[in-house]
Design a protein around this ligand. Structure first.
Ligand code: ITT
Length: 195
């Protein structure tokens, strides 16, 4: 089966390709197909946004599309930045500014528990849709640690890895990450159907 990854985030695309490589015959990014599709994420939930992104790509290409909508939920901030993780410091702001704002908002917080969520949606041209979710738990550090990964990785101390995602190798992160877990759950659903 041919698949388009419905994302404009190069880091996510690289992770998704590594995790699901071999499961689909051919995997393309939007960029590789010279497609510019970036629907506005108007959903209030990860699931709504994931479906919105995958549907837009299936509608435009007639191909199967796989999207990921993800974010960081911080307990002491009532679940923020949540679905707004990419634009926490405002639209057009970068990872550095998002991390700086998170550090500022967590300055006086002693409760630092947080988790990442990934909701993946696979849409088919015949209208079939499959959704899966994954989570990973940890806490927000008081300073950036490590340069690996992207987004909030240097501020997220993983309970599983006992170090920050910024200090983890790509392989280590993929084994325990929200995206790794969501894609594993999706693969299980697919194997259940075809196998
Ligand atoms: P697409 O919608 O094009 O896929 P995006 O970056 O806009 O790319 P989202 O709307 O799903 O994707 O926002 C996800 C944000 O959540 C991302 O930009 C990071 O700030 C954060 N995030 C998600 N997964 C992460 C991870 O594995 N490590 C660090 N931060 C992550």
């Amino acid at each position: 089966m041919k698949l388009v990854i419905a994302s404009n985030n190069a880091h996510k695309i690289a992770e998704i390709k590594t995790i699901i490589g071999g499961f689909f015959e051919e995997i393309y990014s939007l960029k590789e197909l010279s497609l510019e599709i970036d629907p506005e994420e108007t959903g209030k939930t990860f699931e709504e946004n994931a479906l919105l992104k995958a549907r837009a790509v299936t509608e435009a290409t007639g191909m199967c599309a796989l999207s990921d909508d993800s974010g960081l939920c911080v307990e002491a901030l009532n679940g923020a930045p949540g679905v707004y993780s990419a634009r926490y410091a405002g639209v057009g702001h970068d990872d550095g500014e998002n991390n700086a704002l998170l550090l500022k908002n967590m300055q006086d917080k002693t409760l630092r528990k947080a988790y990442f969520v990934s909701c993946v949606a696979l849409t088919y041209p015949d209208g079939k849709e499959i959704i899966a979710e994954g989570r990973t738990y940890g806490s927000i550090l008081t300073e950036l640690k490590g340069n690996n990964g992207f987004g909030y990785d240097p501020l997220f101390y993983s309970d599983d890895l006992k170090k920050s995602f910024g200090e983890a190798s790509a392989e280590e992160k993929n084994t325990v990450s929200h995206r790794g877990r969501a894609l594993a759950a999706l693969k299980e659903k697919l194997t259940g159907q075809h196998g």
